[in-house]
Write a protein that binds this ligand. Structure first.
Ligand code: NAD
Length: 326
């Protein structure tokens, strides 16, 4: 048994397990701590079950309590949310799900023997008056989206539950995440996933942000590793109980296009900014994550070129397999 497994003698619940992050995180936790220790939950049914799964609505507190008790859950990763772009189309729904869901989880961690909670925040907590470059951990946070407002309020609640009730809650402000497994769920950085799919399928792509809009981004394996490292760090190392800045790379649509063109010379892209441009314009272009490095040893591994090589290779495999199995 490896060292990590000896640290996990108990069961973990992942809520929002079928989403872009949840699908990778659930697989990584299962690979590391054993399939039957990880209970996946979502509001929709999976296409294929790869371990214990429960249908669950995170706004239904009693239903979550039942799952926590039945499965003797000791850790919760709460990922269910309405993301930035979708949230602007449904502001009330975004507020309801994002806030009620988090408060349910924090309350359950306070009232039941749940030892640790992970909840992701986002670079969306920053706004037009936050410093744009190398945005520090502590600065003006004036989000302009309902999503960002819900994340900022969520961060304050997390710190409150830690200070007042001793809930061991840990959080990361994820940048835009890029992955080949799960489809993105309606965020402002989704273009950076879609563009790879189009390149591999031999289709032209129309991006929804302007070509020079640089945003903080991260390849999913780095985000998953950061999440697990934060959750395994000793509690006394965790100095920030609102949410940690986390930086990966920073690039614009033009830069990711150039990086893909290097491998797919015939690939064509044009840029037609829509309502998401305004959201992107209010966010930082790069992030200072020195506090995460100092407290729990965070270091990013993937840059743009390395990610492009891997995304193209994995997506080619995926589409090839789909063609073969048809
Ligand atoms: P996603 O939209 O891909 O997945 C969310 C999952 O939650 C979906 O499977 C959905 O079915 C499920 N869900 C929705 N409502 C639910 C409910 N009421 N009860 C239970 N499940 C419900 O989102 P994601 O990209 O995987 O993001 C996960 C978390 O990470 C969110 O909190 C998001 O704000 C945060 N985040 C994501 C990114 C990113 O780039 N993907 C960046 C910053 C922060």
């Amino acid at each position: 048994m490896n060292k990590d497994q000896t640290h996990i003698p108990h069961n973990i619940l992942v809520i929002g397990a079928l989403g872009q992050i949840g699908s990778d995180l659930t697989a990584a936790l299962r690979a590391r701590f054993g399939k039957n220790h990880i209970v996946a939950a979502d509001i929709r049914e999976p296409v294929q079950k790869e371990g214990p799964f429960v249908l669950l609505d995170v706004t239904d507190k009693e239903a979550i309590i039942d799952v926590v008790q039945q499965h003797a859950i000791k850790e919760i990763y709460h990922l269910a949310a309405i993301l930035s772009a979708k949230g602007e189309q449904h502001p009330q729904l975004a507020w309801e799900i994002n806030m009620k869901g988090l408060l349910n989880i924090l309350d359950i961690a306070r009232e039941y023997p749940v030892e640790k909670v992970f909840w992701p925040s986002s670079i969306a907590v920053f706004g037009p008056n936050s410093p744009k470059v190398h945005t520090p951990q502590y600065c003006v946070t004036d989000p302009t989206t309902v999503y960002g407002i819900s994340k900022l309020a969520g961060e304050r609640w997390c710190e409150y539950y830690f200070e007042k009730y001793g809930v061991d809650v840990r959080s990361i402000r994820y940048p835009g995440l890029i992955s080949y497994k799960g489809a993105p769920g309606g965020g402002t950085t989704d273009y950076a996933v879609d563009i790879y799919h189009h390149a591999v399928k031999g289709e032209a792509y129309t991006g929804f942000l302007s070509e020079e809009t640089a945003l903080p981004m991260m390849y999913m394996p780095d985000a998953i590793r950061a999440t697990i490292e934060l959750m395994r760090a000793p509690a006394e190392n965790i100095q920030i109980r609102s949410s940690y800045n986390l930086a990966g790379m920073s690039f614009s649509p033009a830069e990711v296009y150039a990086s893909i063109r290097h491998h797919v010379p015939s690939f064509q892209v044009d840029f037609e900014p829509d309502f998401r441009q305004q959201i992107a314009d209010s966010w930082p272009s790069s992030i200072d994550d020195s506090q995460a490095t100092k407290d729990w040893g965070w270091e990013m591994a993937y840059g743009l070129e390395q990610m492009t090589i891997e995304m193209l290779a994995r997506l080619r495999e995926k589409y090839m397999l789909e063609t073969v199995s048809r």
